[in-house]
Design a protein around this ligand. Structure first.
Ligand code: ZN
Ligand code: FE
Length: 255
């Protein structure tokens, strides 16, 4: 089943995403950082918003929900409310649930760590992963509410998806992520190739997403915390992957 996916900037460094099914004309927004750019993208395409799929409660992901819901009468899907109240949610989902967007199917993965309520949406037939603030290109989200082992488990869930799936993440943070990753794995050929690609894209003012999950597995140090080269890069040879991951995250926080 073919779907059209559009991405565009929102707020300072968020991505807005629309996924559209031409057969049923259903259109979902993945998160809603702010209403303006989402309305503009919908009008540009001639699409009508039917669903909003929320990943977590942070303001830069839900700020536009109320306005969009009012304007389009869209159904709002969000995570089971474990820690916070997200307003305007019509349908709450958790691990393994399948959300229907017209003829499209999105599988829900619970990916806590950045927040306790964070979920990711996987469109298996379209080979598309919307991971918001859990997994970035060459990076991952800050661990605000969960623990490092919890976030590492969430990253393993995403890493288990096939190499030919595309990653659509929540923010344009790739250039800063590459800079940090090179301090850990300076000799990683896939990372060096990605660094060049990102420099080229940013110089042309183009987004660095989507990326292939297979490429992220080779170049994203946060997905590689169980690789000896990454453990060595933070002087933690022989330590558990979750410990190495925690050290990576703390170093990135300070970078
Ligand atoms: Zn967030
Ligand atoms: Fe965010």
């Amino acid at each position: 089943m073919a779907a059209d996916i559009r991405l565009f900037p929102c707020l300072t460094d968020n991505f807005g995403y629309l996924i559209h099914n031409p057969a049923t004309k259903a259109t979902a927004s993945i998160d809603a950082p702010e209403a303006g750019p989402i309305v503009k993208a919908l009008e540009h395409e001639g699409w009508r918003l039917t669903d909003i799929l929320i990943t977590h409660h942070h303001g830069d992901h839900v700020g536009g929900v109320a306005e969009l819901k009012q304007k389009y009468g869209a159904r709002v899907v969000g995570p089971h409310d474990k820690t916070t109240k997200i307003a305007n949610v019509d349908h709450r989902v958790g691990q393994g649930d399948v959300v229907k967007v017209g003829g499209l199917l999105a599988r829900v993965l619970e990916t806590p760590g950045h927040t306790l309520d964070h979920i990711s949406y996987v469109f298996d037939l379209e080979k598309a992963l919307f991971a918001a603030d859990t997994l970035f290109s060459i990076g991952c989200g800050r661990v605000f509410e969960g623990t490092y082992p919890m976030m590492w488990d969430s990253l393993l869930k995403l890493r288990a998806l096939p190499d030919d799936f595309k990653l659509y993440c929540g923010h344009e943070y790739t250039a800063a992520n590459v800079k940090f990753a090179l301090t850990v794995e300076p000799e990683n050929a896939a990372l060096k190739a990605r660094a060049e690609e990102v420099a080229r894209l940013r110089a042309a003012n183009k987004p660095t997403v989507p990326t292939l999950l297979g490429d992220e597995k080779k170049a994203n140090v946060f997905l590689r915390a169980d690789e000896p080269s990454v453990a060595a890069g933070v002087r933690m040879k022989g330590r558990s992957a979750a410990e190495v991951f925690g050290e990576l995250r703390e170093r990135k926080n300070k970078s």
